[in-house]
Design a protein around this ligand. Sequence first.
Ligand SMILES: Cc1ncc(COP(=O)(O)O)c(C=O)c1O
Length: 383
Amino acid sequence: MNVPLFDLTRQYEGLREEILEQMDQVMSSGQVILGPNVKALEATIANYLNVKHGIGVANGSDALFIALKALGIGEGDEVITTPYSFFATVSCITRLRATPVFVDIDRETFNLDLNQVEAILQDKNHEEKVKAMIPVHIFGQTVDLERLERIKKDYSVAILEDCAQSIGSNWQYTDGTYKSSGSVGDAATFSFFPTKNLGGYGDGGMIVTDSDTIAEKCSVLRKHGSKQKYFHETVGINSRLDELQAAILNVKFKKLKNYIERRIAIAKMYADLFKEKGLEEVIDFPSVKDDHTHVYHQYVIRLNKGNRDALRRHLTEKGIGTSIYYPKPLHLQPCFEYLGYKEGDLPVAEKACLETMALPIFPELLGEEIFYIANSIQVFFEQ
Ligand SMILES: Cc1ncc(COP(=O)(O)O)c(C=O)c1O
């Protein structure tokens, strides 16, 4: 049996007619960039997250760059972020000539360790310089939003949530209410890259914010910094969401709730099978505390390094796709050598890079495939 890590073609089967119809409408209309479909998607996403504005852009990386610039970050500013994320989380900071301050992650959730974030915010060497932080809801698990709100207030630091992997994830507050990832920061960004929980058939991204001022700045920055055509008060970039992608995403948004439910059900199946097979001793698998939601953009397990690499080879031989998110932490990337970080500085993130592995998870993954994956893992440990 061959089980891919991710398969977009299965999803298309059920959506083909509706998507083609929408695409035909876009192409027949002649309006292909920033038109009614983009506007509709912006309103849908903003409404879904209970925020005021959505600004469609070309991808999640540009969304981060534009939002951070709109928050006023520039040369000399420090921005706290995680070393355990996709490159775009940090390149937006250095592209603005600001300085990333990497903080280690929590061992269980792989999200930023907020105790260490607060320690940096109280540190005399940083407190004046830190202007913003970028928490990432990594793999689809929400960072403690209640605490983020407190940090935002207590330290007057701007918060930009990187929600590229977390659309639809929630945090339950101590009073029992819920908030979504993306609804708490001064701004938040999303990616509609095809593999994302809400993905298009090409690149796409969005910034959301409650602030009229930030929204206005973002919409100007996505069009070369031009409010009035051919007049530029600031230098922006070309980062527009196209109508075809927005039309597709409007179709797929209607299925997002189902997609998320299916991902959660698959994660539960994996966990139940691992427990049933007595694999809890050798595999750490994701767990979610209380009633917070994890939307399982990735299903990441953890083993000791020897086992991780050998199991990965074994699964490849069995035809099962796996991946490593992420093989090298951001603070040790060659392009950031100038920042002066060295091995051992952020031990939790560094260890995670050596011990974790992602298993296939996507809404159309079949039950028999999940059994096959769990059985293949069991065989590996029984050899
Ligand atoms: C955490 C995170 N941030 C940002 C991005 C960038 O999104 P995009 O690929 O749409 O530019 C990604 C996408 O992989 C991501 O996973």
